[in-house]
Design a protein around this ligand. Sequence first.
Ligand SMILES: *Cc1c(COP(=O)(O)O)cnc(C)c1O
Length: 370
Amino acid sequence: MQVPFVDLKLQYRNLRTDLMKTMDDVCSGARFILGPELQEFEKNFARFIGANHAIGVSTGTDAIMMALKAVGVNPGDEVISVANTFIATILAISSGNAKPVLVDCDPLYYNIDPEKIEAAITKKTKAIVPVHLYGQPADMGPIMDIAKRHQLKVVEDACQSHGAQYHGKTAGTFGEAGCFSFFPGKNLGGYGDGGGVVTNDPLVAEAIRMFRNYGQKVKYHHLTKGWNFRLDNLQAAILDVKLKHLSQWSASRNAAAQKYSRQLKELGDRVVTPAEMPHATHVYHLYIIRIKERDALQQYLKEKGVETGIHYPIPIHLSPAYADLGYKKGAFPVTERNADEVLSLPIFPEITDDQIAYVVESIKEFYKGR
Ligand SMILES: *Cc1c(COP(=O)(O)O)cnc(C)c1O
């Protein structure tokens, strides 16, 4: 059996008729930039997330970069985020010439450890960027308390967590702004790059709309230095078709994860399955296990036709790109442990019970000889 890591071809086949129609509509009308389909998607995505405004932008990285600028982070300011994330979170901070200050993740849920945040705050700290990693919300209660106490802005990286909830509130709606990626492989993905910012603050929304469109509100009236960071109208039309399925897809991802966790239990503590935070809904962008024999297991699964991933093999603070931050090996032990031990198993809404059973059987076979 072959088990792909994700199966976007299958998803396309299932939605082909609707997608072909919307793509043909957009192209027939030559509505490529800032068209009505974008407005419609923004309205529907804002409603889905439960925010007053959604603004479609070029990528998740650009979403975070612009959101930080919109909430008043300036060059030289410090922004606290988590060492255990995709590097794009941190690239977005440094792109605006702010200084990323990293803290470790917690050992159970792998999101930013609220207990480590206050020690990282200095006079220069302006904002916190919590990441809702793998589809599980960060512990936003204590994070928002800390932000309030120290008058810090909060920009959420929800690029892996479309629709995840924490105490009944959707990830991306706790801080001043929430940022999403619509990269093809994300839980809601287009057919190319894309991103979005959600906010309840009309001024933040207005700023993002200006920033994404050359710094103008009215054509050729440039009020600030912006970028060309728009979401293509064609991508918005595609995303709007897919958005209608997102709740169902999240439920399917969650159901698949429960099956993995139940079946992997037999292996005891050799395989650490994901811990779910109480009062939270995990949308399982990734299904992460932790094992000591990670590289050998990954190789074994590859030979069995099971595609897996590692998210992420080299922590940001040990990457050459961020040598300038001056962190040494040992600075963030939980993140470093995870880099050595995590393995992402195939998960996507259409994964079958047979595929899940085959992956689990293959893992059990791997351990039989050990
Ligand atoms: C994908 C991702 C991003 C960046 O999104 P792009 O659309 O690829 O720029 C940022 N943060 C996290 C956690 C991501 O997974």
